[in-house]
Every structure is written in structure tokens, then in C-alpha cells.
Design a protein around this ligand. Structure first.
Ligand SMILES: Nc1ncnc2c1ncn2[C@@H]1O[C@H](COP(=O)(O)OP(=O)(O)OP(=O)(O)O)[C@@H](O)[C@H]1O
Ligand SMILES: [Mg+2]
Length: 576
């Protein structure tokens, strides 16, 4: 029951609508389950049996009862469905929104572990499965119980007004009997549903990976391998879906068989007890609605069982702990000076293997630190700890004397400008892409930042200039142009701390020089951590941190570092 509390909470704002729908469903259900059998009995007794004894007016009155019942049923049903659809679509929207919101809050560590394709499937495919279940449920769930109640109610009413009450009660016992196969089948459906959704996640994963690697697939002639991988995933999905179909489709015939047995029993009883025809017809109608209502409810139950897996997959995202928590009483973060201190810091990614350990370091405000060292030494990891993309596993990291874990991540990140190795641009105008650096910046300020980053030149040459769209994945911009846009963002942000992972891709001499000049300008007066691949960058640094195997092996200014054999070897290798 605990699991439903979450959804009930989401429904709280729609309480009124839901209540209206329940009332309308009760009316519509009673009109079918009770109204129609009642009408049948009346028609047969009053019109056919009394025959010519009835006046035309009386016949008309009795007959008009039928369209009236249907009119009542139709109107109430229409509004019942309308309101219920509004509620279920609202619920679905709320689930999707909460999932998306949660993804914004989840720590980066979560995304390292999960495939983005699988997450995509959770937001789209799993919620679609739930949508199917909800649509099936909305059609029946508030209506059929009342139809069944109406039908059963009529049977009880007959039983009370008829001497064959015992017989009717026996018939009623058949109803619970019908639900027996359902319990068994439901269990299987839940299991299969889980498999289907998992396999759909794999399928979406394969698809999104393929789309991201469109160029690689062609470059390495992977088309055939990719096709057969996709075919394999599709086949697995197909098998899982067909197993669900097998169980799902078995329910109806089983229930109909039980229903037919009930009707056969009724024939025998009617014959031996000589039940009058009108009673017989009314019992038939009431039984029909009872059985049909049950059948429909079972279909909903099946659909719900099939969605159990989808619900679980969604809930596992919603319940994922947020391991970079916002403290309850965050320390006030004004404009930082930028004194960064690592005190015996160690850090391990999810796998537990330490990527950094024994980091002990104080960086004074305004110091430009170049991070160098072999690949995999921990340079990027080091830079990710500062903005709390990950929290340290041991030790403390303080900025201006405050433990970063006591700061609100958003406030902290507001004081940091980040230029990643391969900057991501959003599919909007150039102007908006730079504005990310500071959302309240004016157009003039943006242009000024672009000038400082030597980006203005190429931007004004684009058709549309600053209003040109960058296109999906910024395919229309070169690597050097993207880097300059990222630098422009950093200029605009004007933060006391700057973190820069230098691009490894080679640039032409002119771009390279422009980026170096922009960089030197950008570094001035800030605490800077720059993962440096170019020696021209290392030369502008006040301090060089040499990383090796997760630790800082050497640390000092350029002259000191040139006396360190490890650094000297690296330097000489690069400068030839
Ligand atoms: N998201 C991650 N999940 C698990 N392990 C990771 C992750 N990112 C990096 N690592 C591991 O942490 C170690 C340090 O990686 P890091 O990216 O910090 O190296 P680097 O010094 O930046 O290397 P490069 O110069 O190649 O960029 C490596 O062993 C790497 O395999
Ligand atoms: Mg790196």
C-alpha cells in the first residue's frame, strides 16, 4: 500500500475532479447493472404477459424507460470518462515531471552508472506502459465495480422478493470463482511485464548509443554489427512481449467458460423450478452485467500487473538517494575570494578504486594552477571535486575556510566558471548559448564577452550573427569555435574560481594563439585550475601540479618544476 501513497499524493490536487468522476461512475454503473435488468423484468411482465390488457399509453410509458436508462447511462458515462481522463493524464504528466526534476537533482555518479538510453526508456517507455494501464483503468475502474454491484444488487433484490433465493445465491457464488484464474495469471503477467520493460530499456539504450555514434559507426564500418545488435535486442523484446500476450489472452476465454457454466446452471434451475420467463430474462441480464463487469475489471488488473515492472523502474529513479545533498542550513556564500584547500582528500568513483588520495594542498586566491601528468592520473577528477560534482570520500575540501559540503551546491557553482574539454552547446541561438554564463546579462555584455574570447569575429560572419542557431550538437561549429563560445560564457560569468579542462584536439596556429590570449586574459585575478595539455598554457601558470596515479607527485612554479625529473621528462617529450 505504501507504494500507492506516492501516487495518491500526486492526485491530491485533483481530489474534486476524482470525486465527481466516482459519483458519475456510480450512477452510470447502477443504470447498467440494476436499471436494465429491472427494465427487462418490467417489460416482459407488463407488456408481453399482460398483453392486450394494456393501454397504448401504458406501453409507451414502460417502453420509454429503456431510452431513459440509456440516456442516463450515456450522459453520466461521458462525464465520468471525461473527468477520469483529465485525472489520469494529469497524473501521468506529474509522474514524468517528477522524474525529470529528479534527474536534475541526481548526483553525477548516478549518470556514470546508468546508461542514458535506459533512463530515456524509463521516462518515455515506462510511463507509456503506465499510460496504457491508466487508460484501461480509467475506462473501467470507477464504472465496472458499480455495474457489478448493480448486477449483484439486482440478484439479491430478486432473491429477497422471490422464493428461489437460495438458488440465486448459489449463482452468485460463481462470481468469486471466476476470479481464481486471474490471480494465477496476474502473477505471471507481473513477471513478464518486468522483462518487457527491461528489454525495452535495452532497446532504447542500443538506439540512443547508435545515434550518438553515427559518425563512428560509419568510420569503423560497424553498420552490420549495429544492425544485428539491434535485431537481437528487438528479438528479445518480442519474445518478452509475446510471453505477456500468452498469459493476457488466456484470461478472457477462461472467464467466459466459467460464465457459460453459470448460465447453463441457470437453464437447468429455471426448468426444474419453473421460474417465470421475465424473472429468467432479468437474471440473465443481471448475470451478464456482473460477469462482464468482472471480466473488464480483470483486464484492468492484468494491465496493472503488466505495468508493475514499469512502476518499479520509475520508482527506483524517484527513490534514488541524492548523494550530493543540499545542507539544511547552508553556509552563506557571498562573492568568494577563492582560497581552495584540500586537506587529506581522497576520492573513489562508484567502483571503490581510489581515483585520488592523500591530496593536501592550499591554493591562494588568484593563483593560476596548471594540472599536468599522465592520462588517468586524476586531473579531471580533481577539478570535479571543487564544484561538488562529486563529494570527497575522505578528508575535507574547503573554499575560503568553509567546507564545500556545508554550501548549497547551486550557490557554490554560481561562483565557479567551468570550461569543459568538449563544451556542450544547446540547440538555441549563439546569444542564448553564451548567456548561460549569466542569465541576466544584456546583449551588450554578451557581445563584450564574445569579443574578449575572440569569438565575436566568427559569430558576426555567421548568417544571422548572434541570433544564428547552433544546430543540434552544434554540428555546424568547429571545435575551436565551440571552445571560444565556452570561453565567452566564462568571461560573462566573471567568477572568482575558474576551472578549465583544456581541449586536446589540435587547433590551427591562429585559433590556438587567439585562444591562448583569451585564456591569459580570463585567468587574471581568479583562482584557476587548468588541466593543461599545451606548454604555452603551462607557461602562464603560477603553479604547476604534477599528478601521477591519483596523487600529486610534484608541485611548484615552472623553475622549481624543471628541476623535477618527472616533469622535465614530460616537458622535453612534448617540446621535442
Ligand atoms: N566517471 C568515472 N567513473 C569511474 N571511474 C572514473 C570516472 N572518471 C574517471 N575515472 C577513473 O578515475 C581515474 C582518473 O581519471 P581522470 O579522468 O581524473 O584522469 P585524467 O588525469 O583527467 O586523465 P586524462 O589526461 O586522460 O584526461 C582513472 O583511472 C579513470 O579510469
Ligand atoms: Mg581528464
Amino acid at each position: 500500500m505504501g507504494r500507492y501513497a506516492r501516487y495518491l499524493r500526486m492526485l491530491r490536487s485533483q481530489r474534486g475532479t476524482l470525486l465527481g468522476a466516482v459519483a458519475l461512475g456510480a450512477l452510470a454503473g447502477a443504470a447498467s447493472g440494476f436499471g436494465l435488468p429491472f427494465f427487462l423484468q418490467k417489460v416482459f411482465r407488463d407488456i408481453f404477459e399482460a398483453g392486450a390488457g394494456r393501454s397504448f399509453g401504458e406501453v409507451l410509458l414502460v417502453a420509454s424507460f429503456l431510452p431513459l436508462v440509456f440516456l442516463l447511462r450515456g450522459i453520466t458515462l461521458y462525464f465520468n470518462q471525461y473527468l477520469l481522463n483529465a485525472v489520469s493524464l494529469g497524473l501521468l504528466g506529474e509522474i514524468r515531471q517528477q522524474l525529470f526534476d529528479k534527474l536534475q537533482r541526481l548526483p553525477l555518479l548516478y549518470f556514470d552508472r546508468k546508461r542514458s538510453g535506459d533512463l530515456l526508456a524509463r521516462i518515455l517507455a515506462d510511463t507509456s506502459q503506465i499510460q496504457d494501464a491508466l487508460v484501461a483503468a480509467t475506462r473501467e475502474i470507477l464504472l465496472q465495480p458499480f455495474v457489478v454491484l448493480g448486477g449483484v444488487g439486482y440478484l439479491v433484490y430478486l432473491g429477497l422478493t422471490n422464493r428461489d433465493a437460495a438458488l440465486l445465491l448459489v449463482l452468485l457464488l460463481l462470481v468469486p470463482l471466476m476470479t481464481l484464474p486471474v490471480v494465477y495469471i496476474g502473477r505471471h503477467l507481473r513477471h513478464r511485464g518486468r522483462q518487457t520493460q527491461r528489454s525495452l530499456g535495452e532497446l532504447t539504450g542500443a538506439l540512443s548509443e547508435n545515434l550518438l555514434a553515427a559518425a563512428e559507426v560509419r568510420a569503423f564500418n560497424l553498420e552490420e554489427a549495429e544492425r544485428s545488435r539491434f535485431r537481437g535486442e528487438l528479438a528479445r523484446f518480442h519474445r518478452a512481449s509475446m510471453k505477456a500476450v500468452k498469459y493476457n489472452q488466456a484470461t478472457q476465454p477462461l472467464m467466459e467458460f466459467v460464465a457459460a457454466a453459470a448460465i447453463a446452471a441457470m437453464f437447468v434451475a429455471a426448468y426444474s423450478r419453473q421460474i417465470p420467463f421475465e424473472t429468467f430474462a432479468a437474471i440473465g441480464a443481471a448475470l451478464f452485467f456482473t460477469i462482464d463487469g468482472c471480466k473488464r475489471l480483470v483486464r484492468v488488473a492484468n494491465e496493472m500487473s503488466k505495468s508493475a515492472g514499469a512502476f518499479e523502474r520509475i520508482e527506483s529513479v524517484l527513490d534514488e538517494p541524492e548523494t550530493v545533498p543540499v545542507p539544511d542550513h547552508p553556509a552563506a556564500v557571498g562573492r568568494l575570494r577563492g582560497e581552495v584547500r584540500f586537506d587529506q582528500v581522497a576520492f573513489a568513483y562508484g567502483d571503490g578504486v581510489p581515483a585520488l588520495y592523500g591530496i593536501d594542498l592550499t591554493v591562494l586566491p588568484g593563483t593560476v594552477c596548471a594540472l599536468v601528468g599522465p592520462s588517468g592520473a586524476g586531473k579531471s577528477t580533481f577539478t570535479k571535486l571543487v564544484p561538488r560534482f562529486y563529494d570527497v570520500s575522505a578528508g575535507t575540501l574547503t573554499i575560503d575556510g568553509t567546507d564545500v559540503r556545508r554550501m548549497d551546491p547551486a550557490a557554490l557553482r554560481g561562483q565557479i566558471a567551468l570550461v569543459p574539454q568538449s563544451p556542450v552547446l544547446f540547440n538555441t541561438a549563439i546569444l542564448e548559448n553564451i548567456r548561460i554564463g549569466r542569465p541576466d546579462a544584456t546583449r551588450e555584455e554578451i557581445v563584450e564577452a564574445a569579443r574578449a574570447a575572440y569569438a565575436d569575429e566568427f559569430i558576426t560572419e555567421l548568417p544571422g550573427g548572434y541570433d544564428a542557431m547552433v544546430g543540434e550538437n552544434a554540428r555546424r561549429l568547429s571545435g575551436g569555435q565551440r571552445q571560444r563560445l565556452a570561453l565567452a560564457r566564462a568571461f560573462l560569468r566573471d567568477a572568482p574560481i575558474l576551472i578549465l579542462d583544456e581541449a586536446t584536439s589540435a587547433l590551427d596556429a591562429e585559433s590556438e594563439q587567439k585562444i591562448q590570449e583569451a585564456l591569459a586574459k580570463l585567468c587574471r585575478g581568479r583562482t584557476v585550475f587548468i588541466v593543461a595539455h599545451r606548454f604555452s598554457t603551462i607557461r602562464i601558470a603560477d603553479r604547476i601540479l604534477f599528478f601521477d596515479q591519483g596523487g600529486i607527485a610534484a608541485d611548484g612554479d615552472f623553475e622549481t618544476m624543471m628541476r623535477e625529473p618527472v616533469f622535465r621528462r614530460l616537458y622535453e617529450k612534448q617540446t621535442g
